[in-house]
Design a protein around this ligand. Sequence first.
Ligand code: ADP
Length: 319
Amino acid sequence: MKTIGVLTSGGDAPGMNAAIRAVVRTAMHHNLEVYGIHRGYRGLLEKDYEVLNSRSVSDILQRGGTFIKSARCPEFNTEEGVKKGKKIIMDLALDGLIVIGGDGTIRGGLELANEGVNVIALPGSIDNDMGYTDFTIGFDTAITTVMHAVSNLRDTSSSHGRVFVVQVMGRDCGDIALHAGIICGAEEVIVPEVPFNIEEITSNIRRAMARGKSHYIILLAEGAADPFLFTEKIQELSGINTRLNIIGYLQRGGSPSSFDRMLATRLGFHAVELLVQGEQGVAVGIRGNKVIHKNLQQAIEARDSLDKDLYQMAKILAV
Ligand code: ADP
């Protein structure tokens, strides 16, 4: 093994840089050359890359985003796209490729692995929507960002006795809403995985206010309901001033938390160690604080379900 590539693809996530740094420095330790492929599979198809060394990854551990850039590349969803990617990997004489990204990125990695490329995937996504790993790189930072935003909103919610609906990311996966809801002490958490009843929520609000609660924060996952209609309905049914806040892309950026730096570093290191040991076609993740790897197909198929115990706990504590 002489040369490996690394790319980041799909939505960026805080900690991707920390993962690239760990990949590059571990590779240097094994005397491997590393090509940083720009803009994910788009850059691969355009043969757009730079040679990375230890100095290229100085001063990036603490930065959000990804310095080798990320992109979506519809062309790579086609058989021709994947074949072209494989040909470029052969032209570049890459003995291995580490792909960092979400579910889609790992699917792209599997397609390349099926063409004979030595692929290792790392889970980079703020959504925590991959079932084979307890946590994805970027999730902890995202919920920390939400936590700070909600702390500010809580002040105004208390001062004015208002209800705040806070929409957070998560189209299919309610993990950001649930975990942030718990660490913020939100009164309600609405996730795509569990149906909600708007009358029940509004009667909870009225009862809470009658008991003397001065604030009411509802964390609403993106995929659970239309945030505008939801907020309007809550105000209409409860008769209490209700305001909507959409946190949006603020959740995607920022300096990675200590947890994400550690996770990204451990996974990046492990990915290169696996390649050096001759392992490939796997996704690296974390289970019970141990670094694990799973075959790419199994990693994609692993069902990501909401932690029902955590959800129950959030409900009990919100009273
Ligand atoms: P994420 O990796 O964050 O889930 P996407 O789902 O947008 O983001 O996927 C990122 C990129 O991965 C896509 O733009 C495409 O280039 C590639 N990709 C996604 N799904 C596949 C697939 N089934 N086959 C090949 N490439 C794919």
